[in-house]
Write a protein that binds this ligand. Structure first.
Ligand SMILES: [Zn+2]
Length: 182
């Protein structure tokens, strides 16, 4: 057990010897927090810049493991179509975004004819014969390049809902910028 002299005890229970207007200790604490925060933001900015530089890695449609390809394959084409076309798809044939004729069909499941998660415009119905996936549609309707298409998909569809854990991390600014406004 520690024993104190009377003088030490008084010092221990006395209020901190700080004048009411002496806030320098608070100032120091705030400064420290601000330094930590700015360090965090600087690191974020650094990894953000790095990601932007590396974005081609995340948007190579030939690579099935890249973010853009995964989002394209897993988010149902119908959802993207509904967002970007001015019509709700109904019936067997939908309006083809390439030729504008109502000659496109969509087979959402694999092993149904030759199409999976993209629309196909039937020439035997007078259509153009082109197939359109989500990324094609985004590029066609929004005039986006692949990196912007990835940001648009990530901003509008939570990747986790579709079993995708993206390697590219969307900034809050881009989330706001690319989220689809009707
Ligand atoms: Zn067509």
């Amino acid at each position: 057990m520690t024993t104190y002299t009377l003088e030490e005890a008084h010092r221990l229970i006395a209020p901190l010897d700080i004048e009411p207007d002496d806030t320098s200790h608070i100032g120091e604490e705030k400064l420290r927090v601000r330094q930590i925060e700015s360090e965090r933001l600087r690191k974020n900015a650094f990894s953000r810049v790095q990601q932007e530089l590396d974005i081609k890695k995340h948007t190579n449609m030939k690579d099935p493991s890249c973010d853009l390809r995964k989002m394209n394959d897993r988010v149902p084409f119908k959802l993207v179509y509904e967002k970007l076309m001015d019509e709700k798809p109904k019936g067997k044939y939908w309006t083809c975004p390439v030729c504008g004729k109502q000659t496109m069909s969509y087979y959402p499941k694999p092993n149904r004819v030759h199409i999976n998660n993209k629309g196909y415009c039937h020439p035997n119905q007078g259509g153009c014969g082109k197939s359109t996936n989500s990324v094609n549609l985004i590029r066609l309707k929004l005039r986006y390049l692949f990196p912007e298409a990835l940001k648009w998909l990530l901003a509008n569809y939570d990747p986790v809902d579709y079993g995708v854990i993206p390697t590219f991390c969307l900034s809050d600014k881009d989330k706001e910028k690319y989220s689809h406004k009707v």
